[in-house]
Design a protein around this ligand. Structure first.
Ligand code: ADP
Length: 371
């Protein structure tokens, strides 16, 4: 039986604001989305009062979970940022839309609080879509696993979460005793994706700031267990969503994926600038679809003008991590849910990803230690 918005509102009658008003009448609720057992909404409050609201949020979440037929809930606390108010690390890229929401998970130092059990977090980003960011993030995570690390992967690509497809899993996460979502265990990785929760027909509004705030909550309300590193697959681009996520997750370092073309590199440059603005070290640039190796004759051709990312990395003063060829096996495996590092561990491609993982691990150690 489908859960309705009315049922959600009825369940919320038991929840009051810190001032004692019924929550549903306080004018702080976003639109409530109830779809297929999943319920999402946010409570919009003044940033200064966020702490007082956290128990309200938790209570609202618990109340909604009691409704028969509800399988997943995401109740996020969002805070209007006052125009002209100070921002945590102070910066917006020129021309970027102003962020209207922020989350309340900062530690006393103003940096985002660490995630329980997670030693280090890296973000995999790209200046634009379609450059192979998700494929790279997943194979990189598997490469890190092969180095003996305990690895998690969070697919935060709100515009098109592709990790469920790339791992061949479309399951709804279960909840643990503390009502935290249990990540999907696949290939020895702990995996969460916004795609496990949100179907493609979700209203567009959910692909904006609200989903973003849901993701920052997904970072923390997931039973990650003990992880050496959590890899976050960021949405492509360098706009508001990416900036907010970068500011709200305790990211130790970022990896930027680009193809060799000029245009993609220009976008990658914006990515580097964005991370610099929020004081996140750029661990390096990866050139994906760097060159094409003919599977039959072995001849190599540089269809996109190979080498651009290396030159760009030098120009920007960030490390160049390596090149991944444009390869049919990488594509086919990726699209079948059997990433190449897992399905062809002895292949040249798997070796390339493991080498990239080694460089990422080396670059991460000093920055994680200093954090
Ligand atoms: P993004 O996350 O940047 O949008 P994806 O990882 O979803 O990109 O990749 C887009 C498409 O490109 C997918 O079909 C994927 O299989 C393919 N792809 C990614 N990297 C490679 C590669 N090195 N060689 C061949 N195909 C690739």
């Amino acid at each position: 039986m489908a859960v309705t918005k009315e049922q959600v509102l009825a369940a919320l009658e038991a929840v009051n604001t810190p001032q004692g008003l019924p929550l549903a009448e306080a004018g702080v609720l976003s639109d409530i989305v109830a779809s297929d057992g999943k319920v999402f909404f946010s409570i919009n409050v003044d940033a200064a009062e966020a702490q007082a609201w956290e128990p309200v949020r938790a209570k609202a979440d618990a109340a909604v979970r009691q409704i028969a037929g509800v399988t997943t809930t995401l109740v996020a606390l969002t805070a209007e940022r006052k125009p002209g108010g100070s921002q945590r690390q102070g910066v917006q890229p020129a021309g970027a839309p102003r962020s209207t929401h922020q989350h309340s998970h900062a530690s006393a130092s103003g940096r985002p609080a660490p995630i329980r059990g997670v030693a280090a977090v890296i973000a995999v980003a790209s200046g634009k879509g379609g450059v192979g960011k998700s494929t790279t993030a997943l194979n990189l995570a598997l490469g890190l696993r092969d180095l003996g690390l305990r690895v998690g992967l969070l697919d935060a690509d709100i515009y098109g979460p592709s990790v469920p497809r790339l791992i061949g899993v479309q399951e709804r996460p279960e909840l643990d005793g503390e009502k935290r979502m249990i990540p999907i265990a696949r290939f020895g990785l702990a995996i969460m994706s916004i795609g496990f929760l949100v179907s493609d027909d979700m209203p567009m509004i959910w692909r904006g700031p609200m989903i973003m705030s849901a993701i920052t909550q997904m970072l923390r309300e997931v039973a990650w267990g003990k992880l050496d590193v959590l890899v976050i697959d960021l949405p492509p681009g360098t706009g508001d969503a990416q900036l907010t996520l970068s500011q709200q997750a305790p990211i130790n370092g970022a990896v930027i994926v680009s193809t060799p073309q000029d245009l993609a590199l220009m976008d990658a440059r914006r990515g580097v600038m964005m991370f610099r603005q929020v004081n996140i070290p750029v661990l390096g640039l990866i050139e994906n679809m760097s060159y094409f190796q003919c599977p039959d004759c072995g001849t190599r051709s540089d269809i996109f003008g190979h080498g651009g990312a290396r030159i760009e990395a030098e120009r920007l003063g960030v490390p160049f991590l390596g090149e991944v060829p444009l390869d049919l096996e990488i594509r086919a495996n990726s699209d079948q849910g059997t990433p190449v590092v897992e399905s062809m561990p002895d292949s040249a491609h798997a070796k390339i990803y493991r080498e990239l993982a080694g460089r990422v691990k080396d670059a991460l150690e000093p920055v994680a230690a200093s954090a």
